[in-house]
Design a protein. Structure first.
Length: 206
């Protein structure tokens, strides 16, 4: 059991899965969201700590994203990556960033700091350097109702939990590096005492 991630069982048991995730997010804890392309581990970006991001790196591919509304990223002057091929590929990635006051940027400590800067409504474009080691995802300002992807769903839950709409998200993987199925994600959540959202109909994107 991972104490730093644990949502108290009596509270979680009394809630609908999505409400349990909101409660976890409100407390600054990690939660799991099933997805057709593989389950996502998520956290309000403003609650990022070295310990939580170390856990995220350990159980994912190591690529940590910061999902945020388009207008939020525009305010920070974070440009999109060039897209080749389909105009609607779903890969709404921007250039990667680091907080301007970190070291190498790759450590859990540095990436937690970058996440917190990204989630700070007072942050300025100069507070970030480009490129870096956190890869933002540009999301619809209107949320899941406008673009039904897993990233927008995470943001809706983060915002409804009382946080600014920026989330640390990463894909959970198994020991052999493959994305977790819904069943494996449920087992993962149980093992680590994490809240897990109810499955939802989302548009398939990588």
């Amino acid at each position: 059991m991972t104490d730093l991630c644990t949502l108290p069982a009596p509270a979680a048991a009394a809630l609908h899965p999505d409400d349990a995730v909101r409660a976890a997010f409100a407390a600054g804890r990690l939660a799991v969201l099933p997805d057709e392309d593989g389950a996502v581990l998520a956290l309000p970006a403003g609650s990022s700590t070295s310990a939580l991001l170390h856990f995220a790196v350990r159980h994912s591919s190591g690529l940590l994203h910061a999902a945020a509304p388009s207008a939020w990223l525009d305010r920070l002057r974070i440009p999109d990556q060039p897209v080749l091929g389909s105009e609607d590929s779903g890969h709404s990635f921007t250039v990667a960033v680091d907080a301007a006051d970190v070291g190498t940027g790759i450590s859990a400590h540095d990436r937690a700091r970058t996440m917190r800067v990204l989630a700070d409504p007072q942050a300025l474009p100069a507070d970030l350097v480009r490129p870096g080691h956190v890869l933002p995802i540009r999301c619809a300002d209107e949320g899941f109702v406008a673009r039904p992807r897993i990233w927008e769903r995470v943001l809706d839950l983060v915002a409804s939990a009382g946080h600014y709409p920026v989330a640390m998200v990463c894909r959970l993987v198994s020991d052999d590096g493959e994305p977790l199925s819904d069943l494996a994600a449920a087992r993962f959540a149980t093992t680590h005492g994490l809240a897990i959202a109810a499955p939802a109909s989302v548009r398939r994107y990588a």
